[in-house]
Design a protein around this ligand. Structure first.
Ligand code: PLP
Length: 358
């Protein structure tokens, strides 16, 4: 229960994926497809990517602003290297995606944690950090935040965008959890497109190991200068067969069918959570892949996680996600999609509920 992967939906995914890969191999010469690097992705893949991100952005971006990446992690390390660099400083939510610790350590980047409330980062604290530190960028997850499930309001997005613009801080927005919910605000990047690098990965809405994520750069020139020419590393690129298959899914409606099936299974599992944990303080959206459970003070998160483990399931405590100073909140996170089927999910949920009621 600790991962926040999308639930598997083989009844829809398998046929859609088989059909897409067969069409790609039928329509294109495999050697043409794979014979040479496609920096930033082929024209066809960037056009499909522009259509895909238009699910979230107000307009379909110019395909020359698109970069096709081998997953969000590759996009993040490229942007952290290019926009921030060794010795530079990156703002981050006080509770956030734990892998950012590893990336920052590996790349020699200082992380400046910004305190949060139930919407996300606090504008005053962000502005104070911008004033006192030379921040190069802000790693933002304003929609269904990991781990807290916070969703930033439109007015907070506008304020954060304005502060970023005022202090020349680039926005690196990771919108990976936004495709399942039907009613969430537009991306933060849409309020400051000229300084934003918007990333929309497929890992949380379609399949965790699809390894395709799209970046929308602030401009075609910015996309070219950060990702080619001159950037000799090629590790960020998605395998051509992989991305061609995803492009096919996008253009034929297969991606919609998969996302709809993942959403439906997620909604069913979240309904079980709200029914079984009635009265508990839970942060969750019906279409969310994770649940943020705040525990009563007498039930310490470490003791709770140990009880859940004893009962046969794994969950993670808030400490895993902590970037700020001081103690982490007394909360845990668990995922709705990692269990391989509904029965296994129910078994894991029983462990959590039993430990909670002990
Ligand atoms: C916020 C966030 N970004 C990115 C990722 C990973 O994305 P990808 O597999 O596309 O690299 C995760 C996975 O847990 C995540 O939680």
């Amino acid at each position: 229960m600790s991962g926040n992967l999308p639930p598997k939906v083989p009844h829809v995914f398998d046929d859609a994926y088989r059909g897409a890969i067969a069409a790609v191999l039928e329509e294109q010469s495999p050697n043409d497809l794979i014979g040479a690097h496609q920096f930033r992705g082929s024209e066809r893949d960037r056009v499909a990517g522009a259509a895909f991100v238009a699910r979230r952005l107000p307009h379909s971006p110019d395909p020359d602003r698109m970069i096709v990446c081998n997953g969000t992690q590759s996009a993040l390390t490229m942007l952290m290297t290019g926009l921030v660099g060794r010795g530079g400083a990156l703002a981050i939510e006080a509770l956030s995606y734990p892998t950012m610790h590893q990336f920052a350590g590996m790349l020699g980047i200082e992380l400046c944690a910004i305190p949060m409330d139930e919407e996300g980062i606090l504008p005053d604290a962000y502005e104070a950090t911008c004033r006192n530190r030379k921040l190069s960028a802000y790693y933002a997850m304003p929609t269904l935040q990991n781990p807290t499930t916070a969703i930033m309001s439109v007015s907070r997005r506008q304020t954060i965008a304005e502060i970023s613009r005022q202090y020349g801080v680039a926005i690196i927005e990771d919108d990976i959890y936004s495709l399942l919910p039907r009613d969430v605000p537009p991306p933060l990047s849409s309020y400051a497109p000229e300084i934003s690098w918007y990333i929309l990965g497929t890992a949380k809405a379609m399949a965790a190991a699809l390894k395709v994520a799209y970046i929308v750069a602030p401009s075609p020139d910015a996309a070219r200068s950060r990702f080619w020419p001159g950037v000799r590393a090629t590790y960020w690129m998605s395998g051509p067969i992989n991305v061609a298959t995803v492009s096919q899914l996008i253009t034929t409606g297969g991606a919609d069918a998969i996302i709809d099936a993942v959403r439906a299974e997620t909604v069913a599992r979240q309904a079980m959570v709200s029914q079984r944990l009635q009265g508990a303080s839970i942060g969750a959206l019906p279409e969310g892949l994770h649940v943020w459970l705040t525990l009563p003070p007498e039930l310490h998160r470490d003791r709770f996680a140990a009880s859940v483990r004893e009962l046969g399931a794994e969950i993670s405590t808030s400490d895993t996600y902590l970037f700020g100073e001081g103690d982490a909140p007394n909360a845990v996170r668990f995922g709705t999609g990692a269990a391989p089927n509904r029965q296994e999910f129910e078994r894991g949920l029983n462990a959590i509920v039993d430990a909670y009621n002990r």
